[in-house]
Design a protein around this ligand. Sequence first.
Ligand code: FAD
Ligand code: 2HG
Ligand code: ZN
Length: 461
Amino acid sequence: MTDPRLAALAQSQPELRLLTDPADLEHYGRDWTRRWTPAPLAIALPANAEQVQAIVRWARAEGVALVPSGGRTGLSGGAVAANGELVVSLERMNRAIGFDPVDRTLTVQAGMPLEAVHNAAREHGLSYPVDFAARGSCTIGGNIATNAGGIRVIRYGNTREWVAGLKLVDGRGELLDLGRALVKNSSGYDLRHLAVASEGTLGIIVEATLRLTDPPPGSSVMLLALPDFESLMRVFETLRARLRLEAFEFFTDRALQHVLAHGAQAPFDETYPYYVVAEFASGEAGEDAALSAFEHCVGEGWVLDGVISQSQAQAAQLWRLREGITESLAPYVPYKNDVAVRISAMPAFLAETQALLAHEYPHFEVVWFGHIGDGNLHINVLKPDDMDQSGFVDECERVTKLLAGALQRHGGSISAEHGIGLVKKPYLGSTRDEAEIALMRGIRRVLDPDGLMNPGKLFDP
Ligand code: FAD
Ligand code: 2HG
Ligand code: ZN
């Protein structure tokens, strides 16, 4: 360790793993946004909460900023380290610690990948229902720090709903045990929820106790082709009323074409403007209800074509058309927007923003998809070949400003589930008023008095 600050840390914590190899700095210094050039001081890989506390105390003594780091699948730049920070990766803290069959809770270290949590819950005959395509790489700590949503929010809610308790090493180095996994606890402020969606700005989550639930019912998946967005809303209302929906997701033909170019199989001979992937509880009654709902939607002209999975393999194939979108767009380094409005405001918001983007930015390819049943749209803007990256980002910032204005008019949010991070920091004011942001700053000052926990993310000091 040539840096004397790192040498001091290594000496005081001989068991702590520290990385300074340029390839490691590059690897751990960025997330999926790929927009910033990684430049961390070093990477720390603690093995337990005590080491995390020691790192925070050292950071305070040396004045070094810390970036909490999970799977770095984040899409808003929250885990980016571009300014000489120490990245604190929870990669080694990836184990389940305990299961309680009576409480139906699973306690895990915060670096445990989401998919490993799914598997552990299944081994106990239960289910952890938060789910999305990054499941193999993202971690529970990152999920909590962003209040991750995903494809089953419509039935099970966001990550917040499933956090029974958590342990946080705050910016003072204190280990806080928040929530205690009680079902009932009316003894004052619920500080556990401060950590949810905090994006690493209050401290480092080291452990979580997660609620588990009954395994999901057997399900089938239908893929529907639709003529327009109005029909999509009618189909949503119909399916929600007649079926037990486990998911209801949409994407446009542009999104589908990217996934097909990435190797997926075309579902229909023709192309259509919009598609829906709906998963519903099957069994004979479910299948019959699905068929009759499908026929009703076709009769109304809301659905133009459709297919219902006949096997798990086919269901997975249909899901791939929706879940493969982000990966298929990744080579373009798209500019991402992740917005939310009330479900009832969705048609007006979409019509307004689609018209606005087509009028102001006809040269941009815009890919729309998302969790329509939750009022959450993902709007990915792709860079035209003849535009340089920085000019593209500048123009996209103007697009986002327009979106932020529309969101303000419709009472929506500039981030539904990915977080504010670096990407959406200039637009926080479109979603939260000044008094709220001042309060958030005040809370941050209490838990992180030196401003060393992920500085520059969410809002500036
Ligand atoms: P990171 O990217 O490592 O970090 C995210 C933020 O959390 C950063 O601010 C970081 O500092 C902070 N953080 C990480 N760990 C900790 C910790 N232990 N303590 C305190 N702070 C911490 N998101 C959704 O919500 N829904 C989706 O459907 C969805 N689909 C995705 C699909 C793909 C293919 C990809 C690549 C991403 C997707 N995401 C989705 C975004 C991303 O996966 C989530 O935001 C996820 O929760 C991030 O987890 P992570 O462990 O990778 O966190
Ligand atoms: C999804 O819903 C993710 O697939 C990623 O939240 C969204 O890539 C995106 O913009
Ligand atoms: Zn999403």
